[in-house]
Write a protein that binds this ligand. Structure first.
Ligand SMILES: Cc1cc2nc3c(=O)[nH]c(=O)nc-3n(C[C@H](O)[C@H](O)[C@H](O)COP(=O)(O)OP(=O)(O)OC[C@H]3O[C@@H](n4cnc5c(N)ncnc54)[C@H](O)[C@@H]3O)c2cc1C
Length: 505
């Protein structure tokens, strides 16, 4: 069995360990933090993240904690607009909603699932160095464990923005520091704000967010400000919190400050995601601003992309192509996310006169007029949601995407995610993502297609016949829910090339 050492038990490391284990690898997860629980940063878990986690059986537990129809009260320099985003016209996902779900809950659910599968996170164990070479196993130096070295077939650095793994293998980054920093606080408030809604206020210095989802008090306050010259780990004084709320003009005041932190902001992209048998994922590979809530979501999706490839590489006809496809597919996603989140972050928090003007004049005047019209345009809203929720990510140019012709009654492109369309299987109505909600490769045969031979030697590849879709073709769905292969004739020899390429035979 392939041995994978995951360094870091944040959302990326936990998802990676779950995916690699479900795909047949032996997994070990270490984290230098002695405690499992830490204050949340991410507040939003997007639809695509829920979709890719679904085969791992954790989504129900995640949604138990979630607010799926969040209401936001916008406070626009004296004008208030209430926005409820629900009932989105996105029929091809099981999760057509914004999902307010603090990161601490995501981590707790993933860690519990991992533990129940026999992989407890080893806490208080730090990676301090490693040796990586082309054909030999990786040797990691650890501190805090009983032993001081560990050997594995693959090591994945999910160890955050200051990744030790990245430094140890000499992978550089490009990017810059922002001139603004994020401040967060858990507070109790007096006066007027209902806890059934989140609040966002525009100020000259940026936006002030209040979520009724604090870890250590009712409210989580998040705001931006010019860099203060401090460092990570700094906290806010009660006076600073008071001033932020006064600038937001919310008519409320702090009665208790339970916790706070100052987070310096930067954007970075690793020059490479791989060094021989060592890989980077999540914040270790890319860091962006929190605008649009993309960081944790991108990290979890990196993990789901890489986990199965590590576990199945030993079965693949060309393991290097399979493993290299991780960077080819995921690095462009991080690059484009950085570009658009930079722009949004500028609008949210830029300190120059134009950004200030947008927040304090244009938005307060324009939003009350335009927002109701925008919210009524369901197709426009759905298109925006698809981008935010990462449903438009696609890998058409990946070496794992092979197009052998479009099956007549299933017009889904190679490289795209499998949409959650209704189908009939075994005389019952179901949906494509329910059908494929188990780890492994899934072959979707059209009604008249001969069963391809041979497949599914170890149960990894499952075959489903779609009775309501006429034709002789098939599509093959990867373990991370993307369409890797399609053909008009299920007996195509190219199917076996694809199965071999992805380690599915
Ligand atoms: C204010 C703020 C708000 C945000 N909001 C959102 C949002 O709404 N949506 C969203 O998607 N993202 C958001 N993000 C980003 C999100 O928090 C990160 O992208 C996410 O935490 C990255 O997860 P990760 O697992 O890759 O890394 P991390 O969460 O940084 O976890 C890394 C882990 O590695 C461990 N570690 C580090 N070094 C070592 C070592 N040498 N040995 C062993 N263990 C080690 C650490 O202890 C840690 O547990 C936000 C970020 C901030 C700052």
């Amino acid at each position: 069995m392939t041995r994978v050492l995951v360094v870091g038990a944040g959302p990326t490391g936990l998802a990676l360990a779950l995916q690699a284990q479900a795909s047949g690898a032996t997994v070990r997860v270490i984290d230098r933090r002695p405690d499992a629980v830490r204050p949340s940063r991410a507040m939003m878990t997007h639809a695509r993240t829920l979709e890719v986690l679904r085969p791992l059986g954790v989504v129900e537990a995640l949604l138990e904690y979630a607010d799926r129809s969040p209401t936001v009260q916008l406070h626009l320099h004296g004008r208030a607009v209430r926005v409820k985003i629900a009932d989105l016209a996105v029929p091809d996902t099981a999760y057509p909603h914004l999902t307010l779900l603090p990161q601490a809950h995501v981590e707790a659910v993933l860690a519990t699932a991992l533990e129940s599968r026999g992989v407890p996170v080893e806490r208080g164990v730090e990676l301090v160095g490693l040796t990586s070479a082309p054909r030999t196993a990786v040797r990691a130096q650890l501190r805090g464990a009983g032993e001081t070295t560990a050997t594995c077939d693959y090591l994945v650095g999910c160890d955050g923005a200051d990744s030790k793994v990245r430094q140890a293998v000499g992978i550089g980054t490009t990017g810059a520091d922002y001139d603004r920093e994020i401040v967060q606080a858990d507070v109790e408030l007096e006066g007027g704000l209902g806890t059934d809604t989140a609040h966002v206020a525009t100020t000259r210095a940026g936006l002030v967010f209040l979520f009724p989802h604090g870890d250590q008090a009712t409210w989580r306050l998040m705001a931006t400000r010019a860099v203060s010259g401090g460092s990570a780990g700094d906290t806010l004084s009660p006076r600073e919190v008071r001033e932020l709320l006064e600038a937001a003009r919310l008519g409320t005041r702090v009665s208790r400050l339970a916790w706070s932190e100052v987070v310096p902001m930067r954007y970075r992209l690793a020059d490479r995601y791989r060094d021989h048998r060592v890989f980077l994922a999540g914040d270790a590979a890319h860091v962006h601003s929190p605008a649009g809530g993309q960081g944790m979501n991108t990290g979890i999706q990196d993990a789901i992309n890489l986990g199965w490839k590590l576990a199945r590489a030993a079965n693949a006809s060309d393991p290097e192509t399979l493993l290299d496809s991780y960077e080819l597919e995921r690095r462009p996603v991080a690059r484009s996310t950085t570009a658009w989140t930079n722009l949004v972050f500028w609008g949210e928090s830029g300190l120059d006169p134009l950004a200030s003007l947008i927040r304090t004049v244009l938005l307060p005047v324009g939003a009350p007029l335009l927002l109701p019209a925008v919210l009524r345009r369901r197709r426009l809203l759905a298109a925006g949601f698809r981008i935010l929720a990462q449903l438009r990510i696609s890998y058409p140019n990946s070496p794992l995407s092979i197009d052998d012709g479009r099956p007549e009654s299933l017009p889904i492109r190679v490289g795209d995610r499998l949409p959650d369309l209704p189908v009939t299987v075994a005389d019952a109505g179901t949906r494509l993502q329910s059908l494929t909600a188990s780890p492994g490769t899934h072959l979707l045969l059209l009604r008249d297609a001969p069963t391809p031979d041979p497949v599914a030697s170890d149960g990894w590849t499952r075959v489903h016949r779609l009775q309501d879709r006429p034709g002789r073709g098939l599509i093959a769905v990867r373990p991370d829910g993307y369409v890797g292969f399609r053909t008009t004739e299920s007996t195509s020899l190219h199917l076996h090339r694809w199965l071999n390429l992805t380690g599915a035979h």
